[in-house]
Design a binder for this molecule. Structure first.
Ligand code: DGL
Length: 268
């Protein structure tokens, strides 16, 4: 039995990370869990986010996964340490790889970060960027409505442009050359964000950097699946109305292979 990589997110945004993992590691089996019944997490407090995240981790560990990818900036920011503490398998959060990628991308080292309230409130991006480059300047903004907008599939809606203009106005005079989309839902708003900020700012999201780091870690730990068969992707969610299925396909950029499987977590 080939063991799977477990991937978790508060909703379906983490499928942007899954898409990149499938591209770079096509032989790996993946079990994804999105807590669609309780998304968004980013407006909640630390204890609640931690409790929800640990319930998802329990579910994935019960599937005997060989590795956990926390495809959610909010969970990575708030309780990655707690997940690492309980997990018998290696864990990768998205923040470290995203910061490394942004520092490589930025020439001016003036970096903007947008994320949920919980991620921005944790200060983790400023801390990690400055730890890695103490001359870097960081400008942050939380964009709490972007997650429900992405989950509703309204990334390109004219109303979204108005909200984005307001949230992103802080970056206009800050001379940042790189903007971290510090939430795995935000790539679904990339077009709108680019339109609002213009061509001179490069957007960096968590998907590719996380997939690249995952490959390196699997290799280092001797966990890569070297078989020649295509991997299987199983997608579990905690609530699966038809809308979720449609939007999940937009996030993944492909029809869902086996549809969505519904899971009930302990405290739902
Ligand atoms: N995809 C999650 C993140 O990366 C969204 C968090 C939320 O549920 O608010 O932060």
């Amino acid at each position: 039995m080939v063991r799977s990589i477990g991937v978790l997110d508060s909703g379906i945004g983490g499928l942007t990370v899954v898409k990149e993992i499938v591209k770079s590691l096509p032989n790996e089996n993946i079990i994804y869990l999105g807590d669609t019944a309780r998304v968004p997490y980013g407006t909640r407090g630390k204890d609640v986010i931690t409790q929800f995240a640990l319930e998802m981790v329990d579910f994935l560990l019960s599937k005997d996964v060989k590795f956990l990818v926390v495809a959610c900036n909010t969970i990575s920011a708030v309780c990655l340490d707690k997940i690492i503490a309980v997990s018998p398998v290696p864990v990768l959060g998205v923040i470290d790889p995203t910061v490394d990628h942004a520092l490589k991308t930025s020439k001016s080292k003036r970096i903007g970060v947008i994320g949920t309230r919980a991620t921005i409130g944790s200060g983790i991006y400023e801390t990690e960027i400055k730890q890695k480059d103490n001359k870097a300047q960081v400008v942050v903004a939380s964009c709490p409505l972007f997650v429900p907008i992405a989950e509703e599939g309204l990334g390109d809606h004219p109303g979204t442009r108005l909200i984005a203009k307001d949230y992103l106005s802080i970056f206009k005079d800050q001379d940042v050359d790189t903007l971290i989309l510090g939430c795995t839902h935000y790539p679904l708003l990339s077009n709108t964000i680019k339109e609002v900020l213009g061509e001179n700012i490069t957007l960096v999201d968590s998907a590719k950097p996380a997939a690249e780091t995952l490959e390196v870690m699997l290799q280092e730990k001797g966990l890569l699946n070297n078989g020649s068969l295509s991997g299987k992707l199983e997608i579990h969610v905690t609530d699966a109305p038809q809308r979720v299925q449609i939007i999940a396909e937009q996030f993944l950029g492909d029809p869902l292979p086996g549809g969505l499987k519904e899971v009930v977590l302990a405290n739902l």
